[in-house]
Design a protein around this ligand. Structure first.
Ligand SMILES: Cc1ncc(COP(=O)(O)O)c(C=O)c1O
Length: 434
């Protein structure tokens, strides 16, 4: 078999046109980054009142939590999904608060409502609802539970920038704009990756005013950070392509494709030059969304007939990455191996629930088992959907999965007698198992 040592596909991200790169970085007067959102996203938002631009998504979450904790000084706990990005925990801890985990559901990867209802208390300051893979989780029950307990609801839309609503018997909502506050990330591997930036959308006026007070005292990034940012962006522009991505992805200390827990992180206002790149890239968002949606549909059509695979809830949604769940951990690992041999590394999103991650075990001291979070983490494969993926790449990827599914299961591996099924069926079955 041909080896793909020198051909590696980034798991997510987007092309940055060279002209845009030069124009944005050399612009004498960068555009103010508050910008962009209202007009481009078609949401009714006063950008001068509700939007704050920070150095990262986690900084935006930190700011929200800091503001919330000033308004509700007696509440110290923040509920986060047991399976999500460790940066969420970093933000909670840095705000001086206590993360409390809650299990997820396997239908839309949001909270398991019964578990959430059992977890909230009068100590809960906020509930963070994460739109994992960029797919809008059902927020209705979360908002209800948060409101009844007197806590804030915050949407983590780090992976969902620009994504469309999902109609569940109603009009649906645009992720990031529905709860008391929401935030987006523009870091590595996000829907619009400019390697810097997080945007806080504060719909709650109280929260916004408190956040604005704190924001006023935050440092602005200096000339050095701007220069360093330009260098990173130029490197990203160069290496985010299959013929070169293998170089940074084989440098261990860069940890590309991994999301590690880091206790500390920089909190600043966002860099104007990053805001400027973002503003210029905005026009490509619609095209990126269409590409991701079309590629998801392409996968769904072909993977649906393979045994032992559970497809995501909506076959053609523009996920950030396509979430495919294998019937067993053994099949998942075989798929990962076949994918890796063909240049698709980093197909795992997060390797385990937060409380099982080595760096977080000590910090969280939570020995509970979160069955759905555990189940998803051991059987999930994420497939790239971005515009850097060629038709040949997609075909190779399909061949890898077909080969993994055709191999006989290892002795002792739990098989899935029903073969392929939707994630809804998977969720039903999982509920039955518990
Ligand atoms: C779900 C989720 N929440 C929060 C974050 C934090 O965003 P950032 O990396 O911009 O701090 C990320 C990104 O890694 C994420 O994927």
């Amino acid at each position: 078999m041909k080896t793909y040592r020198f051909h590696s596909i980034p798991p997510a991200g987007n092309k940055i046109p060279p002209a845009l790169l030069l124009r944005a970085l050399w612009q004498a007067k960068p555009q103010p980054p508050a910008m962009l959102f209202a007009g481009n996203l078609g949401v009714n938002l006063d950008v001068n009142r509700n939007v704050l631009f920070l150095s990262s998504g986690r900084a935006a979450l930190w700011l929200t939590l800091k503001a919330a904790s000033r308004l509700q000084t007696r509440r110290q706990e923040v509920i986060v999904p047991a399976y999500t990005c460790p940066a969420v925990v970093s933000a909670v801890l840095k705000a001086g608060l206590q993360p409390v985990l809650c299990d997820i559901n396997l239908e839309d990867f949001g909270y398991l409502p019964e578990a959430l209802a059992d977890t909230v208390s009068e100590r809960t300051l906020a509930v963070v609802a994460v739109h994992l893979f960029g797919y809008p989780c059902a927020l209705g029950r979360v908002l209800d539970i948060a409101r009844r307990s007197g806590s804030y609801a915050i949407e983590d839309a780090a992976q969902a920038f620009g994504n469309p609503p999902v109609r569940r018997g109603g009009p649906g909502y645009r992720p990031g704009f529905e709860a008391d506050a929401g935030f987006f990330s523009f870091g590595r591997g996000k829907p619009l990756s400019v390697l810097h930036g997080g945007v806080l959308i504060a719909s709650s006026e109280d929260l916004y005013h408190e956040a604005l007070r704190i924001y006023g005292n935050l440092n602005r990034s200096g000339r050095f950070q701007a220069l360093r940012y330009s260098a990173y962006l130029a490197a990203y522009w160069l290496f985010w392509r299959p013929s070169l991505y293998w170089i940074p992805s084989s440098i261990p200390f860069l940890h590309l494709g991994e999301t590690l827990f880091e206790k500390d992180f920089l909190i600043r206002r966002g860099l104007p030059s990053a805001g400027s790149v973002l503003a210029n890239l905005m026009h490509s968002l619609e095209r990126e969304l269409q590409t991701r949606s079309a590629t998801a549909a392409w996968y769904s059509e072909r993977l649906g007939s393979l045994p032992g695979l559970f497809l995501p809830p909506d076959p053609a949604y523009p996920y950030l990455r396509y979430p495919l769940v294998a019937a067993t951990n053994e099949l998942r690992d075989r798929i990962l191996c076949e994918l890796s041999n063909r240049g698709f590394k980093s197909a795992v999103l997060y390797p385990a629930p937060l409380n099982e991650l080595p760096r977080l075990r000590e910090v969280l001291q939570d020995t509970r088992v979160y069955p759905n979070a555990h189940s998803l983490s051991s059987r999930l494969v994420t497939l790239p959907l971005h515009s850097g993926l060629s038709h040949e790449d997609r075909s190779r990827l399909l061949e890898a999965i077909r080969k993994a599914c055709a191999a006989p299961p290892c002795a002792g591996a739990e098989s899935d007698p029903a073969g392929s099924a939707s994630s809804r069926e998977l969720a039903k079955r999982e509920r039955g198992c518990r």
